[in-house]
Unconditional design. Structure first.
Length: 86
C-alpha cells in the first residue's frame, strides 16, 4: 500500500492504518510500514503518542525518527500478531 496522509481529512489516516492491518491479519499475512508522513494523534514527535497511535491501529513501532516539517513522522512498523492485539 502507498499513500500520503498529510492531506487527508481527520480520522482517515488512522482508519487507513487500521484497515491495512485488519486486511493483512484477516488473510493471516505479515506486513510492515515504512513511512515519512504526518500521522494523526501525534503532536510534534512524541514517541509515546506514536506507539499508542500505531498500536491502537494494529502496528508495532520498530523505528521512530521525527523531524521538522510537514512530513515530520518517519519510521518503520510491523503488523501486530493477533495474540499481541488481545
Amino acid at each position: 500500500f502507498e499513500g500520503v496522509m498529510i492531506y487527508l481529512d481527520e480520522g482517515i489516516p488512522s482508519a487507513l492504518l487500521r484497515i491495512c492491518s485488519n486486511v493483512l491479519d484477516s488473510k493471516d499475512l505479515s506486513g510492515s510500514l515504512c513511512f515519512a508522513d504526518r500521522l494523526e494523534n501525534i503532536p510534534e514527535g512524541n514517541l509515546s503518542d506514536a506507539i499508542t497511535e500505531l498500536t491502537s491501529n494494529g502496528w508495532e513501532l520498530n523505528e521512530w525518527l521525527p523531524k521538522p516539517g510537514l512530513a515530520r513522522h518517519m519510521g518503520q512498523a510491523s503488523l501486530l500478531s493477533t495474540l499481541e492485539k488481545q
